[in-house]
Write a protein that binds this ligand. Structure first.
Ligand SMILES: CC(C)(COP(=O)(O)OP(=O)(O)OC[C@H]1O[C@@H](n2cnc3c(N)ncnc32)[C@H](O)[C@@H]1OP(=O)(O)O)[C@@H](O)C(=O)NCCC(=O)NCCS
Length: 212
């Protein structure tokens, strides 16, 4: 493997509401309990065994630990700062190998969906990829019907570059291929911050404009 494609040991990352800690065997019970639901797996890669076997999480985590030890991937367990002190979702990240268009995989328990948690977690992982690993871009994919996953790519500033046929647990469907460059992500974040800034901290002319 090319040295630039080696992942360093997976670091612990933090966001406002989440701790992203390197995946470990202690996460097996929570994954086995939270992951095997149709709403989670239907748009995931057809490699995911379905129906999910009783040792599905144990096997998955063992594989992940192997690939982390080889420097091939990073995997994080998402643990809420408030709430259950266990994994409620996962994120995996791998370098661009020039073959696979999916460098980042993720899921979160439906109980915690729709609160912006994955957006928050992925922004942190994306910052890690661009700032710490110095990657120039990130490839990602999703089933066209997977609206939340698609929104995450759009909101991060990714560009839709292709539509291909993908095989998911739920069957064959159109797959969207996205490319997020560091430049696009940085400028998207900057403009999101400008919009989020409270009016009183904006320059006077900008505030006046907003009311005309
Ligand atoms: C994709 C997934 C991780 C999103 O997690 P989440 O924490 O609910 O996402 P967020 O709350 O950060 O929302 C992300 C965006 O999706 C939108 N969204 C969330 N749920 C939605 C829904 N059911 N329908 C349409 N849009 C939805 C949100 O509104 C948000 O967009 P916005 O910022 O424009 O409002 C989650 O749905 C999931 O685990 N799905 C199953 C696994 C999966 O499909 N993984 C991705 C494979 S490519």
């Amino acid at each position: 493997m090319h040295p630039n494609r080696m992942m360093p040991p997976t670091p612990m990352l933090e966001t406002q509401r989440l701790i992203l800690r390197p995946l470990g065997t202690q996460d097996v019970p929570a994954i086995q309990r939270r992951f095997p639901r149709w709403d989670i797996v239907r748009y995931l890669d057809a490699k995911v065994p379905w129906p999910y076997p009783a040792d599905g999480a144990a096997r998955y985590v063992a594989n992940c630990l192997g690939s982390m030890a080889r420097g091939a991937r990073s995997h994080w367990a998402l643990v809420p700062r408030r709430g259950p002190q266990e994994a409620i979702g996962l994120i995996g990240l791998k370098p661009d190998d020039g073959i696979c268009f999916s460098q980042c995989g993720f899921w979160i328990d439906p109980e915690f969906q729709g609160r912006g948690l994955m957006m928050e977690a992925l922004d942190r992982v994306t910052r890690y990829a661009f700032d710490d690993l110095d990657w120039p871009h990130l490839w990602s994919t999703n089933a066209q019907e997977n609206q939340p996953s698609r929104r995450i790519k759009e909101r991060q500033g990714a560009r839709l570059v292709d539509l291909v046929i993908g095989r998911h647990v739920g069957g064959e469907t159109t797959h969207m291929v996205w490319l997020l460059t560091r430049e696009s992500w940085t400028s998207t974040r900057q403009s999101a911050r400008r919009k989020a800034r409270p009016a009183k901290s904006r320059p006077p002319e900008a505030t006046a404009e907003a009311f005309t």
